[in-house]
Design a protein around this ligand. Sequence first.
Ligand SMILES: CC(C)(COP(=O)(O)OP(=O)(O)OC[C@H]1O[C@@H](n2cnc3c(N)ncnc32)[C@H](O)[C@@H]1OP(=O)(O)O)[C@@H](O)C(=O)NCCC(=O)NCCS
Length: 182
Amino acid sequence: MIYGEHIRLRGVEREDIPLFVGWLNDPEVIENLVISLPISTSDETHWFEKLAELPQEEKPLAIEVRADQGWRLIGNSGFHNIEWKNRSAGVGIFIGDKSVWGQGHGTEVMRLLLKHGFETLNLNRIYLHVYEPNKRAIHAYEKAGFVLEGCLRQARYKNGRYQDEFIMSVLRSEWDAQRGME
Ligand SMILES: CC(C)(COP(=O)(O)OP(=O)(O)OC[C@H]1O[C@@H](n2cnc3c(N)ncnc32)[C@H](O)[C@@H]1OP(=O)(O)O)[C@@H](O)C(=O)NCCC(=O)NCCS
């Protein structure tokens, strides 16, 4: 487990599949995700079973928030494309429970992943891709310390038009400087 103030990150369990299927079929949740087609329980079960083949550091991390009687699943996150020679990795997140959007959880998850990535996995660069219309995500990432690094122009086609795709990143030196200021 990776613990934050209001959230914790844990391994994904088979029992999480029904909630993931519901969220990943919600048009509002996937508006700014790569997914654009309906996902079945069978699709998600296949995804879950393939997780065993991933390196431990790239296994997804379920996001749970403190609830009255313990913890409640609200989404998923994790690292991908870890390059050990370059000490670089991509990071991703979705909070499927829309009732808790805008409460700071996404920012807290990204800060926790940055801490884990830099201080446990010893990464040097952590990056993400985000579509231009996803203002909520961009704001959360900026709050967590990500800076805009580049723009893939018209990289995505959605809702009948092209959208730009931004790359944002945090370097270890920036993370250290941010920590030093606290
Ligand atoms: C994107 C996501 C992870 C953000 O998590 P979150 O918990 O909702 O975000 P936070 O509350 O930490 O931060 C969001 C910030 O954006 C602000 N915001 C919300 N809508 C905004 C908008 N239209 N324009 C600018 N800022 C906006 C919020 O006010 C908040 O800032 P504040 O704390 O200074 O008030 C979450 O909403 C989500 O998973 N959405 C669906 C899937 C998705 O888009 N994933 C990311 C793919 S790159």
